[in-house]
Design a protein around this ligand. Structure first.
Ligand SMILES: *Cc1c(COP(=O)(O)O)cnc(C)c1O
Length: 368
C-alpha cells in the first residue's frame, strides 16, 4: 500500500488548504531592488521606534537562552499602558496565533463560530482547524449609504445559535477598512449570550482617528466573554518579529494558557516591544502621518475615477468597477505589489497599503 499522508490527516486538517503566500517577495526584491513597492501586506513604511532596535541589539548577547516563558516584563508594561491586570494578558507569536488558539481552546465539532463575509481571512481558518461549524454572516450591502461591505451586527446577533461558542469581529476590518462605532458594539454585546465569546480583533486600532470609535477594552469589566486582540505587526512596524497579545478576563486567559506553547514569543520580540510601547510619541507620529498619506492616496485615486471605501486603517480597498486581476498584473510588472481580493469574493477590488510617498507615486504612475 502506498503511503498517503493527506489521507492520514485528521478530519479538520483534511478540509484545509495550505496558506497561499502570494508572490515570491524575496525573488521580487532581487528582481526590482529599491524600486519594488510592497503595498500588499499593510506594513508601516515608517518602521519601528528606534528604541525597539536598540533593545534588540541589547538583547542579542542572551540569544542562546530561552525567552521568559511568561513574558512578565512586557506583560507588566502592557498592563500599565492599557490599564489592565497582567492576569488578563496572553502573548502570542503574532495575533494570528492567538486567534487560532482561542478556537482550539473553546470550539470543537459540536460548536459553531460566527464571522462576517469580507471579514479577516484567519477567522474561517481558525474555525476549520478547530473542526467547528462556520456561520458566515452577510456583510452590509454594497450600496449601503454609510458603510458599504461593513459588518452587519444586527444580522450577526440573529445568526448566533445556542452552540455558537465564538464570534470573530475585526474592528476596523481587514480587508475592507470599515468599522463599527462604540454604540453599535455596546448594543451588540448586550444581545450576545454569556456562552458565546466575542473576539474583537483590533490589529489596526493604533491608526484610528474617527470620533466614536474607541477600543473595546473599556467593555471588559462588563463582559467577561469579551476578548480583544492586538498586534505589534502594523502600527508598531515589527511584523518580522511575530508578536501580538490578547486582553480578556483572567479566567479566559487561564484557559488559553493551558494550550499556549511555553516559549511562543521570542526574546527579541519581548525586549523590543516593551521599548516600542514606551515610545508612544512614535505611534502618534505614525498615526498622523498615515492619516494624511491615506487621504492623499485616496484623493489621487478618486482623481483617476476610482472609488475607495472609507478606511480607519493603513490601507484602502479600491473598487475598479471591473475585473481587477489585469490591473494587479499590470502593477506587478512595474514592481508594485498590491493584494487581489478575489479570494474574499471581491474580484473587482484591490487592497492597497499606504506606502511611503515615493511608493504611492509609483503605484499611481503604474495604474493602467
Ligand atoms: C495583520 C492582521 C493581524 C495581525 O497578524 P499578526 O499575526 O499579529 O501579524 C490580525 N488581524 C488582522 C485583521 C490583520 O489585518
Amino acid at each position: 500500500m502506498t503511503f498517503d499522508a493527506a489521507a492520514l490527516a485528521n478530519a479538520a486538517t483534511r478540509k484545509l488548504r495550505a496558506y497561499d503566500p502570494g508572490h515570491d517577495l524575496p525573488a521580487l526584491r532581487k528582481r526590482f531592488g529599491k524600486v519594488l513597492a510592497e503595498l500588499g501586506s499593510n506594513e508601516n513604511p515608517l518602521g519601528p521606534s528606534p528604541h525597539a532596535i536598540v533593545a534588540i541589539e541589547a538583547a542579542l548577547p542572551e540569544i542562546f537562552r530561552y525567552p521568559d516563558p511568561q513574558g512578565g516584563s512586557l506583560k507588566a508594561a502592557l498592563a500599565k499602558h492599557l490599564g489592565a491586570d497582567t492576569a488578563q494578558i496572553t502573548l502570542g507569536n503574532g495575533s494570528h496565533e492567538l486567534l487560532m488558539l482561542i478556537a482550539q481552546c473553546f470550539a470543537d465539532a459540536d460548536t459553531s463560530i460566527a464571522f462576517s463575509e469580507f471579514g479577516f481571512a484567519v477567522f474561517p481558518i481558525a474555525t476549520a482547524a478547530a473542526g467547528a461549524q462556520p456561520i458566515r454572516v452577510p456583510a452590509l450591502p454594497r450600496d449601503h449609504a454609510t458603510m458599504p461591505l461593513g459588518h452587519d451586527l444586527n444580522a450577526m446577533v440573529r445568526a448566533i445559535r445556542a452552540d455558537t461558542r465564538i464570534v470573530y469581529l475585526a474592528n476596523p476590518n481587514n480587508p475592507t477598512g470599515t468599522w463599527f462605532d462604540d454604540a453599535a458594539l455596546e448594543g451588540f454585546l448586550a444581545c450576545v449570550p454569556a456562552t458565546t465569546l466575542v473576539v474583537i480583533d483590533e490589529a489596526y486600532h493604533e491608526f484610528v482617528t474617527a470620533a466614536g470609535l474607541s477600543s473595546a477594552l473599556r467593555l471588559l469589566p462588563r463582559y467577561p466573554n469579551l476578548i480583544v486582540t492586538r498586534t505589534f505587526s502594523k502600527a508598531y512596524a515589527l511584523a518580522g518579529l511575530r508578536i501580538g497579545y490578547a486582553v480578556s478576563s483572567p479566567s479566559v486567559a487561564a484557559v488559553l494558557e493551558r494550550l499556549r506553547e511555553s516559549f511562543n514569543v521570542n526574546s527579541l520580540a519581548l525586549a523590543s516591544t516593551e521599548a516600542a510601547l514606551n515610545d508612544q510619541g512614535h505611534i502618534v507620529k505614525c498615526r498622523d502621518w498615515n492619516f494624511s498619506e491615506r487621504e492623499y492616496l485616496a484623493k489621487r485615486l478618486h482623481a483617476q475615477g476610482l472609488r475607495t471605501l472609507p478606511s480607519q486603517t493603513n490601507f484602502v480597498l479600491v473598487d475598479f468597477g471591473r475585473d481587477a486581476a489585469p490591473v494587479e498584473a499590470a502593477l506587478f510588472e512595474h514592481g508594485v505589489i498590491v493584494r487581489l481580493m478575489s479570494g474574499y469574493g471581491l474580484p473587482d477590488c484591490l487592497r492597497i497599503s499606504v506606502g511611503s510617498r515615493a511608493e504611492n507615486e509609483r503605484l499611481l504612475d503604474a495604474l493602467p
